[in-house]
Design a protein around this ligand. Structure first.
Ligand code: GLU
Length: 506
C-alpha cells in the first residue's frame, strides 16, 4: 500500500537538466521510495519566453538513463493530470480571483515605464525600489488598493494591461520550518508583493507551483536552495488559500570544485567534465555539450556520486546501489552547507563500479568494439585480457589503450625507456631468454614466472636487467599488467616473435 508521501520534481524546460537538477530528482525519488510514497514529475512550462522545445524530452530521457522512474507524470498515470502546467493554464485564474476576493491579492496596473521610473528614482537616492507595503502606502502605485472599485472595473473593461499581485501582510514575523535547515524566521516587511498572474494570462511560477502542489496532494517539497527565498511567499500563499502547507526541504547548493560559488557549465568546460547527464545540442546555436552517459560513465556510478553531493550515510560505506540508497536515505543527513563538486571523486566512483562489472558482460562489450576495429578474437582470449586490465580501467573506452598490445605486436618502442633499458649485453640476455622460454612446457603465468625468475637468479643479473627489456619487447613501453600474465595470454610463439623483433630493432 502506498503511503501519503507524495513528492514531485518540477523542472522548467528551459534547457538541459544540470546535475543539480538530477540530484534534486534523485533525492525526491529516494525519499518517495523510502517512505513507500509517490514520485511525481511535473513540467513547469508557464514561462513561454524561456521555453525550449527539446528540453522536456531531454529531462525525461535523463531520468530514464539514471533509473529514476516517476510514478505519475506526463502521459503516465495521470491521476492528477495534466502534468504540464501549460495544459492546466485555464485553472490558475480562478485561484488568483479567489485571492482577490479574500483580499490577499490585488490588481496592479503600473506600466513597465512607470515601474522603471520608480526604480530609477529610488536608485538616485541610493535605495532599492520594492513593490511592497511601504510604497503602496505612498499612493504612487496604480493598483486596486488605491483606486476606486469603479475605476478598477473601468480599466479592466477597457482592456488595460494588469497583473495580479500578492498582498504581503505587514508587520508580521513569519516562523517557518525547513526539514534540513530547521526553524527560519522572516520579517514580512522585507518581502515584495510578488506577481501571481501575468498580463499574458499566464500564472507565474509561484501561483502555479502552489496551486499544483496543493491539487496534486504533495506532502513534501524537496528542492534546491535557490528556492529558499520563495519559501515565505509560498508559506503565506498556503495560509491565504486556507490550505495545509506541505513540508519543505531545501537542498544545499552544488559548488565549484575550485573557488567560490555555484557549479556552472563554465567550470565543467574549463576543467573538462560534463555538468549534464546526457550530451545536449542547443537547438539554436547547435553548440554540443558533453554528457556523463556519452562520456562513458555508468548510470550507477553517476547516481552514487550525486547521492553523496550533500548527503552522507553517517558510516564509512561509499558504494551504494540505488536500492541501498533508498534504504539509507534520510533528509536528516542532508547537509545545510554547499557540497563541493569533485570530478576526481566522480572518476573514483566510476572505477569502483568498473570493478563490480561482470567479466563476461565486459567481454561481450569489448568483443563488439574489437570487431569494429577488424579484430576477431575468441571470448576466452578476450576474457583473460579483461581480467588483467580491469583494475586499471575507469571507462570501457580505456580498454583499448590498456590492452592493444595483446592484439598487435608493438610497432615502435618507447624511446626513452629503450635507451635506458636496452643496454650492452641486453641482446645476448634476450637471446638466452628465448632459449629458456622455448623449453617451457606448461605455459601458464605462474610457471613461466617461476622458471624465468629461477634462470635470472642463477645468471646472477638484476631482475630489472631482464624484466624491463622483456616488457619493452612485449608491450613497446614500460606499462601494462603483470608481465607473466601477458606472456600467458599472448602465448609462447608470439612472446618469442616479439623478443626477436625487439632484438632486431633495438
Ligand atoms: N520550476 C522550478 C524549477 O525549475 C521548480 C522549483 C520548485 O521545485 O518549487 O526548479
Amino acid at each position: 500500500m502506498k503511503s501519503n508521501v507524495r513528492v514531485r520534481f518540477a523542472p522548467s524546460p528551459t534547457g538541459p537538466l544540470h546535475i543539480g537538477g538530477v540530484r534534486t530528482a534523485l533525492y525526491n525519488y529516494l525519499f518517495a521510495k523510502k517512505h513507500n510514497g509517490t514520485f511525481v514529475l511535473r513540467i513547469e512550462d508557464t514561462d513561454q519566453t524561456r521555453y525550449v522545445a527539446n528540453a522536456e524530452k531531454y529531462i525525461i530521457d535523463s531520468l530514464e538513463w539514471c533509473n529514476i522512474s516517476f510514478d505519475e507524470g506526463p502521459n503516465k498515470n495521470e491521476r492528477f493530470g495534466p502534468y504540464r502546467q501549460s495544459e492546466r493554464k485555464e485553472l490558475y485564474k480562478k485561484y488568483a480571483d479567489t485571492l482577490i476576493h479574500s483580499g490577499w491579492a490585488y490588481y496592479a496596473f503600473d506600466t513597465s515605464e512607470e515601474l522603471e521610473a520608480h526604480r530609477k528614482g529610488h536608485e538616485k537616492e541610493g535605495k532599492t525600489f520594492i513593490y511592497n507595503w511601504h510604497n503602496r502606502k505612498k499612493g504612487r502605485l496604480v493598483n486596486s488598493l488605491v483606486l476606486s472599485e469603479g475605476e478598477v472595473k473601468r480599466k479592466i473593461n477597457a482592456g488595460e494591461n494588469y497583473v495580479i499581485r500578492f498582498k504581503t501582510p505587514q508587520d508580521n514575523i513569519l516562523q517557518m520550518e525547513d526539514e534540513i535547515r530547521g526553524n527560519i524566521t522572516i520579517d514580512t516587511n522585507t518581502l515584495d508583493d510578488k506577481i501571481l498572474f501575468k498580463s499574458d494570462g499566464m500564472p507565474t511560477y509561484h501561483l502555479a507551483n502552489i496551486v499544483d502542489d496543493h491539487l496534486m496532494e504533495i506532502s513534501h517539497v524537496i528542492r534546491g536552495e535557490e528556492w529558499l527565498p520563495s519559501m515565505p511567499l509560498h508559506v503565506l500563499l498556503y495560509r491565504a488559500f486556507g490550505w495545509d502547507s506541505p513540508k519543505f526541504a531545501h537542498l544545499p547548493l552544488i559548488l565549484k570544485p575550485i573557488g567560490k560559488g555555484k557549479l556552472s557549465k563554465r567550470d565543467g568546460d574549463k576543467l573538462g567534465f560534463p555538468v549534464f547527464p546526457l550530451a545536449y545540442t542547443n537547438e539554436i546555436t547547435k553548440e554540443v555539450s558533453s554528457g556523463y552517459k556519452e562520456d562513458g560513465y555508468f548510470a550507477e556510478s553517476f547516481i552514487n556520486m550525486l547521492a553523496f553531493l550533500g548527503w552522507n550515510p553517517g558510516t564509512e560505506q561509499e558504494i551504494f546501489s540505488l536500492e541501498e540508497l533508498i534504504t539509507s536515505f534520510d533528509l536528516k543527513r542532508v547537509s545545510k552547507s554547499g557540497a563541493k563538486f569533485n570530478p576526481d571523486k566522480t572518476n573514483w566512483f566510476q572505477q569502483q563500479y568498473m570493478q563490480t562489472k561482470n567479466n563476461t558482460a565486459l567481454t561481450e562489450v569489448y568483443q563488439t568494439i574489437l570487431k569494429e576495429k577488424g579484430i576477431y578474437r575468441d571470448v576466452v582470449f578476450i576474457k583473460k585480457i579483461i581480467s588483467s586490465i580491469k583494475e586499471r580501467a575507469i571507462f570501457i573506452s580505456d580498454f583499448w589503450g590498456l590492452s592493444s598490445f595483446f592484439f598487435e605486436a608493438p610497432q615502435k618502442y618507447d624511446e626513452k625507456a629503450s635507451k635506458k633499458n636496452w643496454k650492452i649485453g641486453t641482446t645476448e640476455l634476450m637471446n638466452e631468454l628465448i632459449e629458456v622460454i622455448s623449453n617451457i612446457q606448461f605455459f601458464s603465468s605462474e610457471n613461466t614466472e617461476k622458471i624465468i625468475k629461477e634462470w635470472i637468479t642463477t645468471k646472477e643479473v638484476g631482475f630489472g636487467k631482464v624484466m624491463q627489456p622483456l616488457r619493452l619487447a612485449l608491450v613497446g613501453a614500460l606499462q601494462g599488467p603483470h608481465l607473466f600474465d601477458i606472456i600467458e595470454i599472448i602465448g609462447k610463439e608470439e612472446t618469442i616473435k616479439r623478443i626477436k623483433n625487439a632484438i632486431e630493432v633495438l
